[in-house]
Design a protein around this ligand. Structure first.
Ligand code: SF4
Length: 434
């Protein structure tokens, strides 16, 4: 049986893992980032963004596949709201949650009530057989595309997974909902074998995937620092320290040893999800960290010779101008080496999505028109704050950079796209909550 795995535009690590699991079962599996019309028995879309639900290229490929008499299944992070996936894209079934156990069963037997983790349309409406069972952390090698070395995701060819789950419960984040709050870690041996396979396949830059890298091998909330150090040393031993980055760490998950290891075995950057300078908004976001913890973490990183990047979310429902000003003040105070800004996007199944559902649109910053400094640009409050914060962050970097016309246009296009994507996702969530 021929199976084609498509992970649109970027071949995610998760798609490669599912490809590897199916290959081990003996199927003829190929993987692609291109949404093409393919003659295959099973088309398996691995979708990682809510925006994929509205992608006409994907809709067309599914329609053609079904017209040819082939089957089409969808898995990946979008599966947390299967009714939405079935309603928008009409696949034969959705793999809900972790796909390693469920996908091979679905491929072998087709959708049936006996397969845990599958949702599909039955005669009486949608049948949802609950979430997939948690996947075992030991698994076959991923199906690595031959052009992995040409893929660029924020500077890395691939973000590999060392563990699943996060002890945090941030209201905008899907990780604890998708993988749980217990940490499940892979063995160092299997991670290193995999890293070697990526290198052999042409990958030259690897990153440890999102979540909190330093939670690797932690148990019952207690970090296992020696294991994290061994992990970084092992990966750097294969890839070289200049070819490894370890992004996304919680400000409350660092120790001196963790920071030394990041300095000694990676490119020397730490990425913190700071999100806001307002304690009120951090609480609303369920961030579980305070502004003072952020300040202390940034200082400690610098004391260890590390560069620090921070990500911020603006336009969270309930964010006032005063809250936003506190975020601007914090960026000025911290003078971060790099800053990522986004408007709050409700991902289906998260507390933020629930909050957005209960917020009238005339109070939701992504809909409220901005009437201040950028009024002539026709932005919403969320877009205007994102735009303003991007410019503000540039002004406050350690190396001064003034936005030129090109940067201005780039940021403007970026926030406009974010705003329209978020409104489309919000309207879809509203539609399926009725
Ligand atoms: S700490 Fe990071 S991965 Fe964990 S819940 Fe918060 S945003 Fe998600």
């Amino acid at each position: 049986m021929r199976i084609k795995v498509i992970s649109p535009d970027i071949i995610t690590y998760g798609a490669m893992v599912i490809g590897g699991v199916l290959r081990e079962k003996g199927y003829d599996v190929s993987i692609s980032r291109f949404i093409e019309d393919t003659d295959t028995d099973i088309l398996l879309f691995s979708l990682y963004s809510t925006q994929h639900l509205f992608d006409d290229r994907i809709k067309k490929a599914i329609k053609s596949q079904k017209e040819r008499g082939g089957r089409c299944y969808i898995g990946g992070p979008v599966s947390s709201h299967p009714a939405m996936v079935l309603g928008e894209l009409s696949p034969d079934a959705v793999v809900v949650g972790e796909g390693e156990v469920t996908t091979p069963r679905l491929v072998r037997d087709g959708p049936s009530p006996g397969i845990q983790g599958v949702a599909y349309r039955g005669e009486d409406g949608m049948l949802n057989c609950g979430p997939s069972p948690p996947a075992p952390m030991e698994r076959p090698l991923p199906l690595i595309p031959s052009d992995i070395g040409a893929q660029n995701v924020r500077g890395a060819n691939v973000y590999i997974e060392t563990h699943r789950g996060c002890i945090g419960g941030c209201g905008f984040c899907q990780v604890p909902r998708y993988f749980g709050q217990e940490i499940r870690s892979r063995s160092i041996e299997s991670i290193l074998t995999e890293v070697q396979a990526f290198k052999d396949a042409g990958a030259h830059r690897i990153s440890i995937s999102g979540g909190t890298g330093s939670l690797y091998a932690s148990e019952q909330g207690r970090m296992n620092v020696p294991a994290f150090v061994e992990l970084l040393a092992g990966i750097a031993g294969i890839m070289g320290r200049k070819n490894l980055s370890s992004p996304d760490i919680r400000v409350d998950c660092i120790t001196d040893e963790v920071l030394d290891a990041i300095r000694d075995y990676t490119i020397g950057w730490v990425f913190f999800g700071i999100e806001s300078g307002s304690e009120t908004i951090l609480k609303k976001m369920r961030k579980g960290a305070t502004v003072d913890q952020v300040r202390e973490a940034v200082t400690r990183c610098r004391d260890h010779g590390l560069k620090v990047a921070g990500s911020f979310i603006v336009g969270y429902p309930g964010e006032t101008q005063h809250d936003y000003q506190k975020t601007k003040d914090l960026i000025e105070e911290l003078s971060l080496d790099d800053v990522f800004v986004s408007a709050a996007e409700p991902i289906p199944g998260t507390p933020l999505a629930d909050l957005v559902l209960s917020t009238p649109s005339d109070e939701n910053p992504v809909y409220v028109p901005h009437t201040g400094e950028y009024k002539a640009l026709g932005l919403s409050v969320a877009e205007a704050r994102a735009f303003d914060l991007m410019l503000h962050a540039d002004l406050n970097k350690p190396v001064f950079s003034m936005a030129d016309d090109r940067t201005f246009d780039l940021y403007l296009a970026e926030v406009r796209k974010q705003g329209s994507d978020i409104r489309r996702a919000t309207e879809c969530i509203l539609r399926y909550s009725e």
